[in-house]
Design a protein around this ligand. Structure first.
Ligand code: MV4
Length: 442
């Protein structure tokens, strides 16, 4: 596992069930993390900062060579979507558990993924056909399609290099700001432009593809509830998607995957507008944080499937065998201080009593006494429920949120207790502005 925390533990669990031995790499800051003891071997790869450990390709490859591993699972974040890393693994004869180098290159560049989708007849938001060559071109395209528009970095991620503009003046400044931000964050200033869809839902389709051209979709996740480009709550299925729309979204995702001869697990992201139109926006070439809700509803272990696909196995499920059963919702438990604008808070967890009982799954690497290192994201666990329908899932989540005890650091749990009592949440009226609208301080 070229990763840490809950996803490293998630991968260890999948490997144990497959009777595959594991090697965990860890930074000095994670030295005492309890999940490391569940791996068969451990290798320290350097100091706490990611750049000197989990992002340091030579250190990770050295650890892999020393322990003679056959494959590397990159998890999410860190090197998961780094084509160069996948290429280095290949040249060292280590199987990268993920898409091909070509897949990552073709889809990691968002402007080219958008162009490909459009060429395939998949709906995309109106906008530029490729990268913007100048400020003047940005203004010209915006005037053609009408304001508001959004400028996006082609190498983008996490909301960086994105600017919304409502007129020519804010567009010209936004264009330059987005370029500068993209250059700093991704060393690539290229941007493109789309019509800005107001208050969309964020819907993503899970796909699995093997090395023999078979591709299936596992339904959608609704990830509309987010704050500052951090998803907070995800669910499967989406309350806004019926069987007919699901089939169209699934077809679009599969068409795109086939076109690039995609391999392994992936996510095709769409915006759904208030009229029910969907638009392709981008592809994530990795396992995602929110994968458990799809696992609960389909009964398919996505991490095991990733490993089997990487080992050369054909898909074990045909599309007709994929059945969505019930409803699953996930809350990301982050260690954040609500009184400080939800800033991540490092610290020691003094008490930790995760919820349990019927319909509850908790994916966490944390226990009482655990000290959250200051170097990484603030995710300390994921609370997932699965019930026969959405109303039952909400009831179980409320009960599970009331049970969950975390002391020593502040968390997002109190915010979730409120959201799960909110009229519009209960009705399934979600959009990407929900949190800002109804939870002003959040
Ligand atoms: C959009 C959009 C509206 N229109 N694209 C956010 C994450 C990234 N993957 C894509 N995102 C969006 N793309 C079009 N054409 C709205 C978002 C979006 C967003 C944009 C700016 C500021 C906050 C946002 C929160 C959620 C979604």
């Amino acid at each position: 596992m070229a990763n840490r925390g809950e996803i490293a533990l998630r991968i260890i669990r999948a490997c144990r069930e497959l009777e595959i031995e594991t090697v965990a790499v860890y930074s000095e800051a994670d030295r005492d993390a309890p999940y490391l003891q569940l791996a068969d071997e451990r290798v320290c790869i350097g100091p706490g900062p990611g750049i000197r450990s989990y992002l340091d390709i030579p250190k990770i490859i050295s650890a892999a060579e020393i322990t003679d591993v056959e494959a590397i699972h990159p998890g999410y974040g860190f090197l998961a979507e780094n084509a160069h890393f996948a290429e280095v693994c290949q040249s060292c004869h280590i199987q990268f558990i993920g898409p091909t180098v070509e897949n990552i290159r073709a889809l990691g560049d968002k402007a080219s993924a958008r162009r490909l989708a459009r060429e395939l007849g998949i709906p995309v938001v109106p906008g530029s056909n490729s990268l913007l060559a100048s400020e003047e071109e940005a203004v010209k395209v915006a005037q053609e399609i009408g304001y508001p528009v959004i400028i996006k970095a082609t190498a983008g991620g996490g909301g960086r290099g994105m600017r919304v503009a409502h007129n020519d003046i804010s567009l010209t400044s936004g264009y330059q700001q987005a370029r500068r931000e993209a250059e700093n964050a991704f060393k690539n200033p290229d941007v493109y432009l789309e019509k800005y869809v107001e208050k969309p839902r964020h819907i993503e389709v899970q796909i699995l593809a093997d090395s023999y051209g078979e591709v299936i979709h596992l339904g959608e996740r609704d990830c509309s509830l987010q704050r500052r480009h951090q998803k907070l709550i995800e669910e499967c299925p989406s309350p806004a998607v019926d069987a007919a729309l699901r089939a169209r979204l699934g077809d679009a995702a599969i068409t795109l995957a086939r076109a690039v001869e995609y391999r392994n697990a992936g996510t095709v992201e769409f915006l759904l507008d208030r009229q029910g139109n969907f638009f392709f926006i981008e592809v994530n070439t990795r396992i995602q944080v929110e994968h458990p809700v799809t696992e609960m509803v389909t009964g398919i272990d996505l991490v095991k499937e990733q490993i089997l696909i990487a080992s050369g196995a054909p898909l074990r499920h045909a599309q007709k065998d994929v059945v969505l059963r019930g409803a699953s919702i996930e809350c990301r438990i982050n260690a954040e201080d609500p009184s400080a604008g939800f800033k991540p808070v490092p610290g020691t967890i003094t008490r930790f009593v995760p919820s349990g009982g019927p319909g509850v799954r908790v994916d966490t690497h944390v226990a009482a006494g655990y000290t959250i290192p200051p170097f990484y994201d603030s995710l300390i666990g994921k609370l997932i429920v699965h019930r026969e329908n959405r109303d039952e899932a909400i009831a179980t989540m409320r009960r599970a949120l009331d049970e969950f005890v975390v002391e020593g650091v502040q968390t997002t749990i109190p915010l979730y207790r409120e959201i799960f009592r909110h009229f519009h949440f209960i009705k399934g009226n979600l959009n990407t502005s929900f949190i800002e609208e109804y939870f002003l301080d959040a």
